[in-house]
Design a protein around this ligand. Structure first.
Ligand code: ATP
Length: 926
């Protein structure tokens, strides 16, 4: 970084600016900033160094079973050497080759998941506003350099350590750095002496958050030279926590691991007892067979495949504007049972147009649509027109938005509610020019808690006044008089009630309402202007603003309801406006449309709120802290809650929700940081689309579990029954005839081939399966539901036993002896036929795995990748059976057409049996 010679804490800001060669009014030039970035590096904390390839390979091999397998291969090699090193030690070499193949696949999967995580990190990069070339620019925080002028506002994440040179009511939450939970008020004055971090009130630090006010600061430290950089190594250790699903899958793989190892041991012991091995190589063969079976059938690869499925799903979500920050959240999204959403901008278009103005004297209307200041202010009464002009003028001054015409299009910056006044002013002749002649002296900004804002202005004549606008019910509390026919009249309770009923009339038409008030007497000095000055105002009237619902919102709400998900609207707006929009969008019905308001939430006890939250779907006049209570109440009921937010004060509720969702467009950096998902388009429909994607991901996880576990079950059972029944099916005799001492249904290398080669493609392909059936047709998954449930076990067992039956039948069929006599083949050919049948069984089984209840023929052609994987499986099998050197390696022999035909026909039983089971169970449940 560029070293400043001046102490950033004790120095004067002009000295600091000079030493960093920056003009604080202009900021750095883009060119200079780029040069500094090039020279001093990006504003990043040193992450963990990338794991070298050799370490990743070692990690892949660092599995007890794989080590055992390699050890067995080594023993086999040794036996071959001891026996005179005749020929090639095929078995051992094949084992090593298959292990290498698996390491390659494993590393490929790992890097795919890592790529997805990196892409997400890229999409959710923190941003900062800086002054460069005299212009405000939004840049990636990583591009900040020393000397940059940071522009700070509410909700910003501070991107680097910086010395303030301007601050107005700037408050910064520094808990991330100092642990201090209350925000610190900042000011630019130099500090002397050795000041602890928590007391450096003229500095802002990377990683902290602006909770209110505004400020400007010169960046004095970036990257590892920041305070947080000093402790970054401590923070680095935040690992992603495993989700319940991951834990369950881990648990299942461990349990199955033990079962499979036990069965493998039983098989080895049975062979040893029944077939009494004679030579060392017999023992080695048995050992290799047992270990191969264990390696093949123990599903230790599940967690890895899980990350890949999640990663690919997350990528699909991002394409739909829903950026999930952590892979795990994608799966949680699928189980959301309540979506709590803001109204403005999420359910509505956030395109505000003032349509009506109501004052004590009557009603005026404004024509025109959108932000174009084209239209007429009309009323039958001149008094109303005069009052409306005064109201619009005040509303347009107590305002932080800008309205610009860019190439013929009217565009706004800032709050759309504010912008609506700027548009409306343009519709009242001469008013817009008048406004430009006033000067803003001070303000108290709008916040969701206060629900109002005010400014202190001086007009062309030199008169100073307070102008305020806000939620009418709130604003009236700050008024003591009301404007009636140009006169100030005392605001008694009757009048107040009358004004509020005017407001209700507007809200019943779904208008968003805003009151406007002024005061021209008893004016404070600008430097003393604060909230306490917002009193004794003169109420002018109220505007009715339309903010049309988003066309797609009603459809998305209907879809959410169909999916058993409750939609709860939480808004700062008026209860009636909220109720009306909630009704129009189908969130509540005409019969049951109760609305709970902020102060009722405040008054309710935890238990009461929990009880109420069961039924209430509309909350109005809510402040951000109420959101947290609503989340807690819903979670206490066992709901999985998704909650949207945009402001800095929404962050705690978003953190507490199961899925915090930040608005990508209107959301602050702090909210985005606290959220698990960022909505690129602020649109409610995108949340529902993401939930749908989450459910598809979860379904796909079930699909590959069903597939892999059924396949493994089939292999284990085939081996087990093959060994147990070898006398019955004629295997023993065939072995005798072939002069081999051990009668094995399948060879170790063949078992490895099935699991580690032909199974891999279909498993991955089924993990990215498109939606089958209607994922939004069911209720959300309960957190108590097991992933591998009864239905899944039934599929696994049915398929497993069918596979074993089909394979043993094939064996018996082609062997001369056994139950069905008449076969004429030798042991190698028969084994090849069984091996092929088992591979085909797996390829049929992947079709079953796509649904536990729906026929495999439902959308059978929709997953092209799956068909590719199946085709590849067939090609590989033909290769391993027909190519001479692979025959040597895997102990196979060429098959004739009859073998292939029978293998295909019999293995298809796996499909038919499961189809039958699905048909039966759908009949019984109907
Ligand atoms: P949501 O919470 O669904 O986004 P909202 O925009 O109505 O809805 P807030 O922004 O908290 O919620 O606003 C609450 C109330 O404050 C509004 O109903 C309005 O009456 C008033 N208000 C909103 N914006 C402004 C503003 N810029 N100036 C003055 N008052 C405002």
């Amino acid at each position: 970084m560029t070293e400043t010679q001046v102490d950033p804490i004790a120095g004067r800001t002009d000295e600091i600016a000079a030493s960093l060669h920056v003009d604080v009014e202009q900021g750095l030039t883009q060119q200079e900033a780029a040069r500094r970035l090039e020279t001093y590096g990006a504003n990043e904390l040193a992450g963990k160094p990338p794991v070298p390839l050799w370490r990743r390979i070692v990690e892949q091999l660092n599995d007890a079973l794989v080590i055992l397998l390699l050890a067995a291969a080594a023993v086999s090699m040794a036996a071959w050497a001891l026996e005179g090193a005749q020929g090639i030690p095929v078995e051992a070499l094949v084992v090593v080759a298959v292990v290498i193949f698996n390491v390659v696949i494993g590393i490929f999967e790992e890097s795919k998941a890592a790529d997805a995580v990196a892409a997400l990190a890229e999409m959710t990069q923190a941003q900062s506003v800086v002054l460069r070339d005299g212009q405000n620019k939004l840049i990636h925080a990583a591009d900040l350099v020393s000397g940059d002028v940071l522009i700070l506002g509410e909700g910003d994440q501070v991107g680097a350590d910086a010395r303030l040179f301007k601050a107005s009511s700037l408050r910064v939450a520094e808990a991330a750095l100092t642990g201090e939970s209350t925000p610190v008020t900042k000011s630019p004055e130099p500090l002397s002496g050795n000041v602890a971090i928590g007391d450096r009130t003229n500095m802002v630090f990377r990683g902290t958050a602006v909770t209110g006010g505004a400020g400007r600061a010169i960046v004095t430290g970036t990257g590892m030279s920041t305070e947080i950089g000093n402790i970054a190594t401590m923070l680095d250790q935040t690992e992603e926590e495993d989700t319940p699903l991951q834990r369950e899958i881990d648990g299942v793989s461990k349990l199955l691991g033990r079962v499979v190892i036990a069965i493998a041991l039983i098989i080895m012991i049975t062979i040893a007892i029944v077939q009494t091995p004679e030579s060392a190589s017999d023992w080695v063969t048995i050992l290799l067979l047992g270990v191969s079976l264990a390696v093949a059938a123990v599903p230790e690869g599940l967690p890895a495949i899980l990350s890949v499925v999640l990663a690919l799903g997350v990528r699909r979500m991002a394409e739909r504007n829903a950026v999930v920050k952590k892979l795990n959240s994608a799966e949680t999204l699928g189980s959301a049972s309540v979506i709590c959403t803001d109204k403005t901008g999420t359910l509505t278009q956030n395109e505000m147009t003032i349509k009506e103005i109501v004052t004590s004297s009557g009603r005026a209307t404004l024509s025109g649509v959108g932000y174009a200041p084209e239209g007429e202010l009309e009323s039958s009464s001149l008094a109303v027109v005069e009052e409306s002009r005064a109201l619009l003028e005040a509303g347009a001054l107590a305002n932080d938005a800008q309205l610009n015409n860019r190439d013929g299009r009217w565009e706004i910056t800032g709050d759309p509610t504010d912008a609506a006044f700027l548009t409306a002013v343009g519709k009242a002749p001469g008013l817009a020019e008048q406004i430009t002649k006033t000067e803003r002296l001070a303000d108290v900004p709008f916040s969701s808690e206060r629900k109002m804002m005010s400014t202190l202005h001086r007009n062309a004549e030199g008169d100073v006044m307070i102008l305020a606008k806000g939620a009418p019910d709130v604003l009236l509390e700050h008024c003591s008089e009301v404007l009636v026919d140009g006169q100030h009249v005392r605001l008694d309770e009757d009048r107040k009630a009358g004004l509020l009923s005017q407001v209700e009339e507007l809200t019943a038409k779904a208008y968003r309402t805003l009151g406007v008030a002024v005061r021209a007497s008893d004016i404070p000095a600008p430097e003393d202007y604060d909230e306490s000055c917002e009193r004794d105002l003169v109420y002018i009237g109220v505007v009715g603003i339309i903010d049309p619902p988003r066309a797609e919102a009603a459809v998305a709400i209907e879809e959410a309801h169909r999916a058993g998900i409750r939609v709860v609207m939480i808004t700062g707006d008026h209860p009636e406006t909220a109720r009306r929009i909630a009704r129009d969008l189908g969130i509540v019905s005409d019969e049951d449309d109760s609305v709970m308001v902020g102060h009722e939430i405040e008054e309710a006890s935890e238990d009461q709120l929990q009880e109420l939250a069961r039924d209430i779907s509309v909350y109005a006049r809510v402040a951000p802290e109420h959101k947290l209570r609503i989340v807690d109440a819903l979670q206490a009921e066992g709901q999985v809650v998704a909650m949207t937010g945009d402001g800095v004060n929404d962050a705690p509720a978003l953190k507490s929700a199961d899925i915090g969702i930040a608005m990508g467009i209107t959301g602050t950096e702090v909210t985005k940081d606290a959220a698990k998902m960022v909505l690129g388009d602020d649109n409610f429909a995108t949340i529902v689309a993401a939930v749908r994607e989450g459910r598809v991901i979860f379904d796909n996880i079930k699909k590959f579990l069903r597939y892999l576990l059924a396949s493994n079950m089939g292999e284990v059972l085939t081996m087990f029954f093959g060994v147990v029944l070898m006398g019955v099916i004629g295997l023993t005799e065939a072995a005798d005839a072939a002069g081999v001492h051990l009668a094995l249904p399948l060879l170790a290398t063949q078992i490895l081939w099935i699991n580690l080669v032909t199974d891999t493609g279909p498993a991955l392909a089924v993990g990215v399966d498109p939606e089958i059936g209607d994922v939004m047709g069911n209720s959300p998954r309960s957190s108590k539901d097991k992933v591998i449930d009864g239905a899944m076990w039934r599929t696994i067992m049915t398929t497993g036993f069918t596979m074993a039956f089909v394979c043993l039948l094939t064996m018996d069929l082609w062997l001369p002896a056994g139950l069905i006599s008449g076969g004429t083949d030798d042991l190698t050919t028969v084994r090849t036929a069984v091996f092929t049948t088992l591979v085909f069984c797996n390829l049929f089984s992947v079709l079953n795995a796509r649904s536990a209840t729906l026929s495999a023929f439902n959308g059978i052609g929709s997953n092209k990748l799956l068909w590719g994987a199946i085709l590849l499986g067939v090609v590989l099998q033909v290769a391993v059976v027909e190519i001479p050197f692979l025959q040597e390696a895997f102990g196979t022999a060429s098959l004739d057409l009859a073998h292939w035909g029978v293998a295909l026909g019999l293995s298809s039983l796996v499909l038919w049996v499961e189809e039958g089971r699905k048909l039966l169970s759908s009949r019984t449940t109907r």
